[in-house]
Design a protein around this ligand. Structure first.
Ligand SMILES: Cc1ncc(COP(=O)(O)O)c(C=O)c1O
Length: 366
């Protein structure tokens, strides 16, 4: 086996087993409410006739695919409902590698750790382009790294872990690069509802047979346990991806898709805006407390993670375990996200106790 289990679960288990109160800032599990219509959808589902408890179409409930296609302004055929954005990423990467148009997949460093794991599992080779100090991606650096052996470029905006949001120019340039090198751009946009900068540009804004977009409802509706995501794939990839999805999963969860569809139809923009406002406050409170603790950090333009660095305390797994035991704060080791942020720690703002966590860190480092 040349791929490894991501560290997340190991750190979460360590924090849970700790013999003290620990503020959990490890996972990307939102602690806020889903849309009301989502809970209504689940209740409604329990009363439906038994036929509705059986397999939905493999590529997702037709009405849900139609709703996604119309919101994203793409063709119905290009949309596959998946078990989260995670599966959508897997499908896009698998089909990009299956084109026999290269074996290398360009990733950024820092990187969302599930990408290199999936690529290795699929027999591809991850190669890295370092992100800028502030987390932004320089498309020129991607172009320099690209070659005839590039199968795909995988990016994530708004970004986990840096919080960077890629603007229109970057996205256009990335599509241009994959076109030039006959590769596929996989743009993971699962945090698309968490842009605080107003600069977010979806790769769907550039029409190309070389770009795939992945997203889902885990974060936007605070339902990571439901497993509803989707891929928007170019025609060349959509058909084989459907077959792959069917062979691996048979299909997805019907009640979850039903509830998501109802929530999509009945939830107004104020739900998403309220969550962004709440997260902006958390970012302010957490980063102000980090200032007081003398830490360096990146202020996120999007998503809900903060990378922070404390002098003389590199972001190793050992140090993360020390912070759990001695400060009562659980974060993720920077080394889990590649080499460029190995000295940093990542904190997920998925707790109302974010400010208290920063105060605890401040006391610990004082
Ligand atoms: C960048 C990124 N992509 C994908 C996922 C997984 O999303 P899903 O729950 O929709 O599979 C996550 C979860 O944290 C993520 O951070």
């Amino acid at each position: 086996m040349d791929y490894e289990k991501p560290l997340f679960f190991q750190v979460m288990q360590y924090a849970e087993a700790a013999d003290r109160d620990v503020i959990d800032m490890v996972s990307g599990n939102p602690d806020w409410e889903p849309p009301e219509a989502l809970r209504d959808g689940l209740c409604e589902y329990a009363e439906l006739p038994v036929e509705r408890f059986q397999y939905p179409p493999s590529d997702g409930l037709l009405e849900l695919r139609e709703e996604i296609a119309s919101r994203r302004n793409v063709s119905l055929e290009s949309v596959i409902v998946t078990n989260g954005a995670g599966e959508a990423n897997y499908l896009a990467m698998a089909e990009a590698l299956d084109r026999d148009a290269g074996t290398e997949v360009i990733l950024t460093d820092p990187v969302y750790p599930y990408y290199p794991g999936k690529i290795q599992m699929l027999g591809g080779e991850p190669v890295y382009v370092p992100a800028e100090e502030d987390g932004r991606l320089d498309a020129a650096a991607v172009r320099e790294r690209a070659s005839s052996d590039t199968a795909a470029v995988v990016v994530n905006s708004p970004n986990n872990p840096t919080g960077a949001v890629y603007g229109e120019k970057t996205v256009e340039k990335l599509v241009g690069i994959v076109e030039e090198f006959d590769a596929i751009l996989v743009s993971d946009e699962v945090y698309d509802h968490f842009d605080y900068s107003g600069r977010f540009s979806s790769a769907l804004s550039v029409d190309s047979p070389h770009r795939a977009v992945t997203s889902g409802f885990s974060k936007s509706m605070a339902i990571t346990g439901f497993r509803v995501g989707y891929a928007v794939l170019p025609p060349e990839l959509a058909e084989p991806a459907r077959t792959r999805h069917m062979l691996v999963n048979v299909t997805g969860s019907r009640p979850a898709q039903y509830a998501v569809l109802k929530a999509l139809r009945e939830t107004g923009p104020e739900y998403y805006e309220a969550n962004r406002a709440m997260l902006r406050e958390r970012i302010d409170a957490f980063t102000e407390a980090l200032d007081a603790a003398g830490a360096r950090y990146t202020r996120p333009d999007g998503a809900f993670y903060v990378l922070a660095r404390f002098d003389g305390f590199p972001g190793t797994l050992d140090n993360v375990e020390r912070l759990i035991d001695e400060a009562g704060v659980a974060g993720m080791p920077g080394e889990a996200f590649g080499s460029s942020r190995a000295d940093w720690l990542r904190f997920a703002l998925v707790t109302p106790r974010a400010e208290e966590a920063a105060d605890r860190l401040s006391d610990f480092f004082a």
